[in-house]
Design a protein around this ligand. Structure first.
Ligand SMILES: NC(=O)c1ccc[n+]([C@@H]2O[C@H](COP(=O)([O-])OP(=O)(O)OC[C@H]3O[C@@H](n4cnc5c(N)ncnc54)[C@H](OP(=O)(O)O)[C@@H]3O)[C@@H](O)[C@H]2O)c1
Length: 303
């Protein structure tokens, strides 16, 4: 019988692509979702309700591996105090619930892999290259990612191998970051945000899902891994290339910082700041990126 991978939040952008890859590699997939969904030949859906501390325990009891992707969108709405709380708790509470079920049933899994984000290194632009040894930043994203990862360690305390995928901006067709920015570029109104000098560490969705696959099958993998291409792409390069792919050169002036701050509030740091991030640890583990050139990656996503 095939091994089962349970994906929390598996209905989202990364989850959908990952489900396909796992099935193609002979796994059966289960998904924990807040909404009722119909099972398919390859995917079994289980329901949970985090507000009511409810989770269908069978999802956990049938799992050989768990991949935790669930969480409120980080840049969907302005960062009010309530929103910040929701962003954090939608990531940590599921882990607490899963921990309680594993412990209560004396159940183990072969690996627990959680999403994390390069936001752990903070909303800063500098020449420093962040590695997995760089300390978490003391700002909202830094603190949120640190608590998220610390909660994953609770699962590790049960003797389960845990891996944290510190993800950069994921590029995929009509999904995630490109779903937000591509329409304005396609319409000819693309522009550079702020100074444009902020780094934009990215990864193509095909590479990210392969990293998740490796994280469950490669028992050497343990702890945090940066999932980005280390090519020093900035917002300026990204924007120019995207506009070129749509057949024009950027003609609009840069969007000034103060406008983004007025429109997005504190969340504006997510687009106005960006660090350089190293992917050396994952490549040393033998991972080979398919997409290492931003133009090729963007071209693949918008074709
Ligand atoms: N995409 C990126 O560029 C990127 C970059 C860095 C890190 N990440 C991280 O990777 C993970 C997956 O990202 P994604 O792009 O696939 O996200 P996504 O498309 O927004 O999907 C996340 C899924 O989480 C579930 N969810 C949303 N709010 C929830 C809540 N309050 N409680 C429980 N479940 C909730 C939803 O599933 P249901 O509606 O079915 O419950 C949703 O489909 C996230 O933790 C994200 O922060 C993503």
């Amino acid at each position: 019988m095939s091994e089962n991978v349970l994906i929390t939040g598996g209905t989202g952008f990364i989850g959908k692509y990952l489900t396909e890859l796992l099935i193609a590699n002979g796994f059966s997939v289960s998904v924990l979702s807040r909404s009722e969904r119909k099972n398919t030949d390859f995917v079994t859906y289980y329901k949970w309700n985090l507000k009511q501390n409810y989770i269908d325990e069978n999802a956990i009891l049938n799992a050989d591996y768990i991949i935790h992707l669930a969480g409120e969108g980080i840049v969907e709405k302005r960062w009010t105090n309530n929103r910040k709380k929701a962003i954090l708790e939608s990531r940590t509470k599921p882990i607490e619930l899963i921990y309680a079920i594993l412990q209560k049933n004396n159940k183990t899994v072969k690996g627990f892999v959680s999403a994390s984000a390069i936001g752990i290194y903070g909303a800063v632009t500098s020449q420093k290259i962040c590695t997995e040894y760089t300390l978490p930043a003391n700002d909202f994203l830094g603190i949120t990612c640190q608590i998220w990862e610390d909660t994953v360690d609770k699962i590790g305390s049960l003797g389960i191998r845990t891996v944290k995928i510190r993800t950069g901006i994921v590029l995929g067709k009509d999904e995630g970051f490109l779903k937000k920015v591509a329409p304005s570029f396609k319409a000819g109104f693309g522009s550079i945000l702020g100074s444009g000098k902020q780094y934009l560490p990215w990864i193509h969705i095909n590479d990210l899902t392969k990293i998740y696959l490796k994280a469950i099958t490669d028992t050497h993998m343990h702890g945090p891994y940066n999932a980005v291409v280390t090519d020093n792409t900035t917002n300026l390069t990204f924007s120019r290339i995207l506009a070129n792919l749509y057949g024009y050169s950027i003609w609009l002036p840069k969007v000034p910082k103060f406008i983004l701050k007025v429109v997005l509030g504190e969340m504006s740091v997510a687009v106005l700041k960006g660090q350089r991030v190293s992917s050396e640890k994952i490549t040393k583990e033998g991972f080979e990126f398919q997409f290492t050139d931003i133009e090729t990656a963007l071209s693949d996503c918008i074709k």
